[in-house]
Structures are given as structure tokens and as C-alpha cells.
Design a protein around this ligand. Structure first.
Ligand code: PEP
Length: 248
């Protein structure tokens, strides 16, 4: 039985004062949460979340990582640096990184490998644009994104990773995939992995992301192949994030 994982993605939001209140609010409401919980925060706040969350049931992580271990890469952050802040997770291949910063499937696969080499658990984001969905290539797009990782790191690497299915048209739009739409893609992903390694597939946590809120979380999380969520906007409100966590 897979445990649900709810991960907040703060994106480029927050400041020291607001984060303190948000973390305090989330911690105060964790009593009746059964799911695993994590927050992915901007790099400058990793020290703050480490100090605040150490010893709690909430894990933390970053939203991006360099594919390089070290060197002359001005402005980049290595996986080893994330380890200094005791990150457990790092998001790789978020659709905003792919679309805004031109990250290719191959680059995402390199970041995924760099994260795992350092002992971090990558949260690999995959998902199709609206145009791709309407052209009927959703499965082909998701398969291509996952294949890049499989080619570089092998199926066994997914024993220490999370996949987040995030349809691009649902991220930050208020337009959530229906539970049936999401479940269909999640089942496709798990089936694809099952064809390579049944144990890895059965244990693989596949999150859904895209306008999840307290009001729609339960109907998504009850689907057999949806193992929690990657939560953007709603993770910036303790009350809303906790409502989602309680649905997990
Ligand atoms: C995300 O940032 O990965 C995300 C799913 O955002 P939102 O929940 O705001 O759609």
C-alpha cells in the first residue's frame, strides 16, 4: 500500500516573515494528517525551513538543481549544496522550467541523475500542454519525458523517486483535470513502468498537480493510481494546504 505524499511548491513566493507564519500554521494543524508532507521552497529559505521543520513530520526540498556537481556555473545550485540544508526532495522538470527556461527532456534527466547521485529524491514533473492534449498526444508526451530519465538512469532509479503528473493546462489556471482524466494518465504511467519492473511500478508514488484545492483533493486522491499531489498556489495558505493534506 503506497502512502500518499502531499508536496507544496511555493514557487517564487514568500519572505522570511510570511514563511514563518505559514510554517507555524501548517505545523499546528498536522495532528490529523496521515499523508507524508513536504514543502519545496526557494533556495534562500532552505535554512529557514530546516530550522523550523527539523524534527517535525514535514520534509523539505528545493525547486530546481544543477545538473553539474560543482564548478564554474555562476548562479547555479548543486545537489551537494541542497544536502547541506538536509533537503529530502528536489523538483526537476517543472513545466515552468521546461517552458520558461527551455529545459529539455535530456537536461531534466541529467538533473534527475545529479539529484539521485547526491542522495536526494527527485520529484520528476511530466505533463502535456493543452495543444498536445487536444491533438491526442498526451501519452506520447509523458512517455517521451519519462523515457529520457529511463535512458539515463534506468527503471530502478524510480525506486527512489516521485513522479508528478502535471498537465500544463491545469497548473495555476484553476482548471483541474477531472479525476478520470488524471487517473487515466496515472494508470498509463504506472502501466508503462510495470512493463519494465512490477515492484518499482507498484511502489512508485505518482502525484497529481494542477489547481488542487481543499475542495477537489479528495476526489482526486481516491483514484487508485493517484498518490497525493504537488500543490502550487494552495500551498501558500496553511488552511488550504492542510485541507489538502487531510484528504491524503
Ligand atoms: C505546481 O506549481 O506544480 C502546481 C501544480 O501549481 P497549482 O497547484 O497552483 O496549479
Amino acid at each position: 500500500m503506497r502512502r500518499k505524499l502531499i508536496a507544496g511548491n511555493w514557487k517564487m513566493h514568500g519572505n522570511l516573515v510570511d514563511n514563518e507564519a505559514l510554517l507555524h500554521g501548517i505545523l499546528a494543524g498536522m495532528g490529523d494528517v496521515k499523508a507524508g508532507v513536504a514543502v519545496s521552497v526557494p533556495f534562500p529559505y532552505l535554512a529557514q525551513v530546516k530550522a523550523k521543520l527539523a524534527g517535525s513530520r514535514i520534509a523539505w526540498g528545493a525547486q530546481n538543481v544543477s545538473q553539474h556537481a560543482k564548478g564554474a556555473y555562476t548562479g547555479e545550485i548543486s545537489a551537494a549544496m541542497l544536502n547541506d540544508f538536509e533537503c529530502k526532495y528536489v523538483i526537476v522538470g517543472h513545466s515552468e522550467r521546461r517552458a520558461v527556461y527551455g529545459e529539455s527532456d535530456q537536461l531534466v534527466a541529467e538533473k534527475y541523475a545529479a539529484a539521485q547521485t547526491a542522495g536526494l529524491v527527485p520529484i520528476l514533473c511530466v505533463g502535456e500542454t493543452l495543444e498536445e492534449r487536444e491533438s491526442g498526444v498526451t501519452e506520447a508526451v509523458v512517455a517521451r519525458q519519462i523515457d529520457a530519465v529511463l535512458a539515463k538512469s534506468g527503471v530502478i532509479s524510480l525506486a527512489n523517486a516521485v513522479i508528478a503528473y502535471e498537465p500544463v493546462w491545469a497548473i495555476g489556471t484553476g482548471r483541474t483535470a477531472s479525476p478520470e482524466q488524471a487517473q487515466a494518465v496515472h494508470a498509463f504511467i504506472r502501466g508503462k513502468i510495470r512493463g519494465l519492473d512490477a515492484d518499482v511500478a507498484n511502489n512508485l508514488v505518482i502525484q497529481y498537480g494542477g489547481s488542487v484545492k481543499g475542495a477537489n483533493a479528495a476526489e482526486l486522491f481516491v483514484q487508485p493510481d493517484i498518490d497525493g499531489g504537488l500543490i502550487g498556489g494552495a500551498s501558500l495558505s496553511a488552511e488550504e494546504f492542510l485541507a489538502i493534506c487531510r484528504a491524503g
